[in-house]
Design a protein around this ligand. Structure first.
Ligand SMILES: [Ca+2]
Ligand SMILES: [Ca+2]
Ligand SMILES: [Ca+2]
Length: 367
């Protein structure tokens, strides 16, 4: 899409637009015009408006019924040359739904050697917002908190639109078709050290946070698109992270027991804890010694059995502050002494402030 300023000056000076039309042969005439996004619904082309490329234009000869279809170019202009003189109906159509700020069709008279114009204004939805560093992590945007430029924001509608925040932290996605819903999906900024700050989540839509992004999913709500502009601000938080192991327990056995008998069946659970200030990726591996045979996985963390280990990870980031369990149901197949059960928490998206607590072992015996 060309810049709005260049677009407006090209249209207003006019010569460029009509000069592009091939001179009509003396016995025919032509129709040309412009299809544009009339963002302020003024009905006229002005600053801030933009061309509407690839819009379809249908021209019907009102006497013969003959019909012609052309498409607007990347600058929004179209030309229908070499038309027999007569009365025509010119109508605009697009593959998407837009409000019209001019009549959707006009009737014109084509005269030999002349060009008649028919312009069409369309209007779609708009989603804009500001990305900022929520320094105090309260989900609210206060003075003194810095904006974040160069953040990619995807506005997911039936048509995918990408925007990037400018030096003032602001992004805008314009001319969104009014065909359904929009979900704002900002870039996850782990490489810049940021997670999402607390924001509005699907289950509590009325919470008064300035950030409209669910910190776990990274998505906004579904917004119904209308021509009313939407503001969807995006709060980030400089992440601190300490994923840790916390406990290994033997469920179905007396507490503190570390020596088992061949034939015993029980479940080994390892718990891991996401510490820090932002939701983190959370995965773990629980490994049992030879002599224990894993018969099934267990625990709330989705996982799979891989040899002597159970390996798992949650599909979505986890909120800090709650233990999560990975487990293995085992049977004691033969005796061993002083062998280790090992629990390891996997790295997350952010540097771990305390790697020393990432591995936990428990020595056991079987007789
Ligand atoms: Ca306008
Ligand atoms: Ca704040
Ligand atoms: Ca750690």
């Amino acid at each position: 899409m060309i810049g709005a300023t260049a677009f407006v000056s090209a249209v207003i000076t006019g010569g460029a637009l009509l000069g592009a039309v091939p001179a009509a042969a003396a016995d025919t005439g032509s129709i040309s015009g412009l299809v544009w996004f009339d963002r302020d619904a003024s009905g006229t082309v002005g600053f801030g408006d933009a061309p509407a490329p690839m819009s379809g234009i249908r021209v019907d000869n009102l006497s013969t019924g003959a019909s012609t279809q052309v498409y607007a170019g990347s600058d929004g202009t179209y030309q229908v040359p070499a038309l027999a003189p007569g009365r025509y109906r010119v109508a605009v159509g697009t593959g998407w739904t837009y409000e019209r700020t001019t009549p959707g069709h006009v009737d014109v008279r084509v005269r030999p050697g002349q060009t008649v114009t028919a312009d069409f204004g369309l209007r779609g939805g708009e989603v804009c917002g500001t990305a900022w560093d929520d320094a105090d992590g309260d989900g609210m945007r206060e003075s003194g908190e810095f904006v974040l430029p160069a953040v990619q924001v995807t506005v997911n509608t039936p048509m995918l639109v990408q925007a990037v925040t400018d030096a003032s932290g602001r992004y805008c996605a314009h001319d969104l078709p009014l065909d359904g819903e929009a979900v704002v999906q900002p870039q996850y900024l782990a490489q810049r050290g940021f997670g999402f700050t607390r924001g509005i989540v699907e289950s509590f839509p009325a919470e008064p946070y300035d950030s409209k992004i669910d910190a776990i999913t990274g998505n906004s709500h579904r917004y119904t698109l209308t021509t009313e502009a939407l503001t969807v601000d995006v709060g980030y938080l400089r992440a601190t992270s300490d994923l840790s192991t916390s406990q290994i327990i033997f469920d179905g056995q007396p507490a503190g027991k570390t020596t088992f008998a061949v034939g015993d069946t029980f479940t080994v659970y390892g718990s891991v804890f996401p510490g820090g200030n932002v939701p983190e990726r959370l995965g773990a591996t629980l490994t049992v010694p030879a002599g224990l045979r894993i018969v099934d996985r267990a625990g709330g963390m989705p996982s799979t059995v891989q040899g002597q280990s159970v390996v798992g990870e949650f599909p979505q980031r986890r909120t800090p502050g709650a233990n999560e369990f990975i487990g293995a149901r085992v049977v004691v197949e033969h005796a061993f002494s002083a062998a280790d059960v090992t629990l390891t928490v996997h790295p997350g998206d952010f540097p771990d402030s305390n790697p020393a607590n990432n591995v936990l072992t428990q020595t056991i015996n079987a007789v």
